[in-house]
Design a protein. Structure first.
Length: 327
């Protein structure tokens, strides 16, 4: 049996609590792991100013995967941890796919997946200030869209659609974003030529928000840009049983660098340390990690145990124990 080298970042707030339950599930599923724990996040930054040293990134390159709880603490200025840790990780390791699955409760178990482009768009950091702190201040925040970046996310979407139910929806705002939307639409049409069996659809992002609430069954796989994907996946969490169930994979499908797996929810400082957070999103993210490193059977068992207990109530550790025993 292979031993998987996993870098673990519990992080801040409820992060370490939910990751502990995810690791409990790994153990229950009988997978062999070698864990390296990293003390990173808002609390570490406030203590000694460390965010994400390049030496840590280099160490991670020698791991098979990264398992992250949540990062962010009150008192840290906006952007420091987001850009300096999370986005740095996504960009430097080129984790260009953010895969976020959703399972609708009580709707015949309909599930759908959002593929969010994870390295470009308005997240890229293009822009700046002119005449800052004057009455004539200007701030710009450009959206960076490369053909290669859009194409590889779209291609992953088509490949996933082929492996599922042959249906892929592009979500964008082509009626207004006539430059970036045009590039995305043309890249989508070009890649579609390679997947003649995949039925395609297109929704503007504002309309997609209505469908997420009123008719999510229309979706199977969605591909979209970074910012639209960020917003839509919070909505996806809200319509599918709550953000406490929403899992995600930040992936380099080429396996050049280790992929990173994290719940969609944040550090929730208001309930930290109270054994209150739902660990299922973190456990499901762990199942995606195991699937990615080749432990399909263990991942399936964890997924089944979670799906059988989506309505579980109780403390973080009680829910974790319940799922561990179901595994
Ligand atoms: C997410 C989060 C991050 C994002 C933040 C914390 C930078 O909201 O993973 O969805 O915007 O991508
Ligand atoms: Mn988000």
């Amino acid at each position: 049996m292979a031993t998987h080298k996993i870098a673990v970042v519990g992080g801040d707030g409820i992060g370490p609590e939910v990751i502990a339950e995810g690791l409990k599930a790994f153990e229950a599923a009988g997978v062999s792991t070698e864990l390296t724990h990293y003390d990173l996040g808002g609390a570490r930054y406030l203590r000694d100013g460390t965010v994400l040293p390049d030496s840590v990134l280099d160490e991670w390159r020698n791991h098979d995967a990264i398992y992250l709880g949540a990062v962010g603490s009150p008192g840290v200025p906006p952007g420091v941890i987001e850009r300096g840790l999370l986005l740095k990780m996504r960009f430097e390791l080129d984790l260009y796919i953010n895969r976020r699955p959703f399972l609708l409760k009580g709707d015949n178990g309909h599930d759908f997946v959002v593929i969010r482009e994870n390295t470009e768009g308005t997240y890229a950091g293009e822009g700046g200030f002119l005449r800052k702190n004057t009455p004539h201040e200007i701030a710009t925040q450009g959206s960076v869209n490369t053909w290669r970046g859009a194409e590889r996310a779209i291609r992953y979407g088509f490949e996933l659609a082929s492996a599922r139910n042959n249906h892929l929806t592009l979500v964008h705002k082509t009626n207004v974003l006539t430059f970036s939307g045009d590039l995305w639409q043309r890249a989508f049409d070009a890649v579609a030529q390679d997947f003649p069996d995949v039925e395609t659809d297109y929704n503007h992002v504002d309309a997609a928000c209505i469908y997420f609430v009123q008719d999510p069954q229309r979706y199977d796989v969605i591909v979209t840009d970074n910012l639209f994907g960020d917003i839509l996946t919070d909505l996806g969490g809200a319509v599918s049983g709550g953000i406490g169930l929403a899992s995600s994979a930040n992936m380099d499908p080429t396996r050049n660098a280790p992929s990173m797996f994290e719940p969609v929810h944040g550090s929730a400082p208001d309930i930290a340390g109270q054994n209150k957070a739902n660990p299922i999103a973190a456990i499901l993210s762990g199942a995606m990690l195991l699937e990615f490193v080749g432990e399909q059977a263990a991942a399936d068992r964890i997924l089944a145990a979670c799906n059988a207990n989506l309505d579980a109530t109780g403390s973080t550790t009680e829910i974790g124990d319940l799922i561990a025993s179901a595994i």
